[in-house]
Design a binder for this molecule. Sequence first.
Ligand SMILES: *[C@@H]1O[C@H](CO)[C@@H](O)[C@H](O)[C@H]1NC(C)=O
Ligand SMILES: *[C@@H]1O[C@H](CO)[C@@H](O)[C@H](O)[C@H]1NC(C)=O
Ligand SMILES: *[C@@H]1O[C@H](CO)[C@@H](O)[C@H](O)[C@H]1NC(C)=O
Length: 431
Amino acid sequence: MSLVVFVFILALASFCQALENGLMRTPPMGWLAWERFRCNIDCKNDPQNCISEKLFVEMANCLVTDGWKDLGYEYVNIDDCWMAKERDAKGRLVPDPERFPSGIKALADYVHSLGLKLGIYGDLGTHTCGGYPGTTLDQIEQDALTFAEWGVDMLKLDGCYSSAEYQAKGYPRMTRALNATGRLIAYSCSWPAYQGGLPPQVNYTLLTNVCNLWRNYDDIQDSWDSVLSIVDWFSKNQDVLQPQAGPGHWNDPDMLIIGNFGLSEEQSRSQMALWTILAAPLFLSTDLRTISQSSQEILQNKLMIKINQDPLGIQGHRILQEKSHIEVFLRPLSNSASALVFFSRRTDMPYHYTTSLAKLNYTQNAIYEVQDVYTGEIISGLKIEDNFKVVINPSGVVMWYVYPIRNLDQPFSFLNQLYKRDTKKFHPFPL
Ligand SMILES: *[C@@H]1O[C@H](CO)[C@@H](O)[C@H](O)[C@H]1NC(C)=O
Ligand SMILES: *[C@@H]1O[C@H](CO)[C@@H](O)[C@H](O)[C@H]1NC(C)=O
Ligand SMILES: *[C@@H]1O[C@H](CO)[C@@H](O)[C@H](O)[C@H]1NC(C)=O
């Protein structure tokens, strides 16, 4: 082999191994149509809820007027069933002309004019899951270019009607195709959700180099059972999954269903808390035009969002499963802070759970302050060996933001001076 060819292969190899688009340094936040609006294309009988440009314009408007955008919910994402049933004469994807009469470019322009971003959906295979045109291997570059020309900011690439071999070729090829368009387009892969296995038979090293986020497991449905099945699967596989998440590359347990029909208020708080512990993308899939005040409060909790968006981007995990059916989850955060979720799987009544930070393996001999993420209540002066009690409702959570305010081993250390001075960093979070 000549040196020139060898160097060329090396260059190709290193190119294949980098997703260096710089996007999604913290988990993405926004709105995604699928769970709530599915493949409802019946605009004649259900014009308010069908997949059409009107729906996305209205959701974008809500994101701005109801305070979502200011909190970081910035993506407006289209899912399946936006396309016409056939590609155009030049082989390009086109939106359904009746439901998207202005076209995707106009929708992207509108969304951008509001300071938001537009996401779109495709499928690596012969058809999308809903039966619309898929992206076959030889159409990858053309579709990437179409999305870039329209001004799309994110692509979710599903994997119906394809094969493992096909996906192994196609997902990395789309990474290169998106990069080659020159437009920054975040890339969500459904690849591992189609691979399965326990532990998952997925090359996560490759995946983190190819995708900004990936769906690991089944689609979420509008039920508490579905939320629990996802939490169970993520917990069971946490040793494999947890190390893969980080700035620019995230595990995606799927959309938030808060605001819909399947969850009680306790369960809604639980989904939000557990998704935040998992450093999960926060994609709302609910009707923002009619969402209740209480659901909105859960989804707009500022301290929750600050924890979800922690710059270290470390995914948390389940640290304890008690015989009492209480589970404890922990996520390490920047500035020596952490988040704890006490989760009850009980079905009887509020449970009084007593523990200490030492029992949860906190080792830093410090005085801690704790803020309850939902009530805003502050507990000061907690030492690691101090017992405390939390009262957790059935299928509910208590969530704590925990931060050291004084290190007891080194009373005169630089760190303690820092803790004292930097009141912004260590001041309780105004709710
Ligand atoms: C394409 O990838 C290179 C690194 O391989 C990166 O520097 C560049 O920013 C990427 N461009 C886009 C548009 O993603
Ligand atoms: C996983 O992917 C990485 C990066 O492409 C590669 O170096 C490694 O050999 C792969 N591992 C397996 C087991 O295939
Ligand atoms: C604490 O650490 C010990 C020893 O590593 C481990 O066996 C135990 O499961 C840990 N407990 C928690 C709650 O993390």
